[in-house]
Design a protein around this ligand. Structure first.
Ligand code: CAA
Length: 258
């Protein structure tokens, strides 16, 4: 499908989705969020995709929700539309892994979108922030919850209350991103990481994603039980037999996603 606010390139089982509203630093308007939901749903269905990389431009991953689009809305309008609710749920419902490749600004809804992906690799020029407080509101796409779980209460609270930005070095130190790379290497590094994931059994990859995400949704006891049962269930797959046999025979596994 052709999109107006993003581009999708599929190569060697990796879908590279680029947000593309340069005139607004990739601000998230309703069209972009709807197209992103559609693109992710398509990637989830497409057998030629096994991992997704979501990125923006060099200057901005996304500078937040679109302020122009929101500014005049009333409470009743945003409540009735459940502003951003359905859109972000579609993104987190994606079952294949999504790597956020962040360069430049990831602010407000942009930071929240990156955190809703499975992990973040960022460029050394990245800037993360939740500056909604400067607009007289607060984060609305999960920022108060996700950032707090990533970096802890103190740093998250400071960022939400002051609107200050976090640079790439601080983001890595605080555990917000998995890795910082030079800006020119961001896409090749993110795609290479995605490609490593495409070589695994997709069943095991999706199970691992579900199990790690449980850590955010439930108690330790329930999470451990979920992991244990999922681990045990994977013994019903051909890929478990193949993966373990390949190790013992000192050869590369040939996974078939079964
Ligand atoms: N919404 C709409 N338009 C935006 C935007 C946003 N979030 N961020 C930037 N733009 C637009 C600017 O209005 C400008 O457009 P014009 O040329 O038509 O004036 C264009 O993008 C370029 O931006 P700047 O000229 O401001 O670029 P800069 O380099 O001087 O500054 C910036 C960059 C610091 C990111 C600055 O643009 C900025 O502060 N943006 C807003 C950041 C923000 O407050 N984000 C939170 C939004 S609310 C939210 O996200 C709520 C939520 O949690 C759901």
């Amino acid at each position: 499908m052709a999109y107006q606010t993003l581009t999708v390139e599929i190569d060697d089982y990796v879908a590279l989705i680029r947000l593309n509203r340069p005139e607004a630093l990739n601000a998230l308007n309703s069209q972009l969020l709807s197209e992103l939901g559609n693109a992710l749903a398509e990637a989830d269905q497409n057998e030629k995709v096994r991992c997704i990389v979501l990125t923006g431009s060099e200057k901005a991953f996304a500078a937040g929700a679109d302020i122009k689009e929101m500014a005049e809305k009333s409470f009743v309008e945003v409540y009735n539309d459940d502003l951003f609710g359905a859109e972000i749920d579609r993104i987190t419902a994606t079952r294949k892994p999504i790597i956020a490749a962040v360069s430049g600004y990831a602010l407000g809804g942009g930071c929240e979108l990156a955190m809703a992906c499975d992990f973040i690799i960022c460029a050394d020029n990245a800037k993360f922030g939740q500056p909604e407080i400067n607009l007289g509101v607060i984060a609305g796409i999960g920022g108060t919850q996700r950032l707090t779980r990533f970096v802890g209460k103190s740093k998250s609270m400071e960022m939400h209350l002051t609107g200050r930005f976090m640079d790439a070095t601080e983001a890595e130190r605080a555990g917000l991103v998995s890795r910082v790379v030079p800006a020119t290497k961001l896409i090749p590094e993110a795609v290479a990481t995605a490609r490593k994931i495409t070589e695994k059994s997709l069943v095991a990859v999706m199970a691992a994603k579900e199990a790690v995400n449980r850590a955010y949704e439930t108690t330790m006891r329930e999470g451990i039980l979920f992991e244990r049962r999922t681990f045990q269930a994977l013994f019903a797959t051909e890929d478990q037999k193949e993966g373990m046999a390949a190790f013992l025979e000192k050869r590369e596994p040939q996974f078939r996603d079964r």
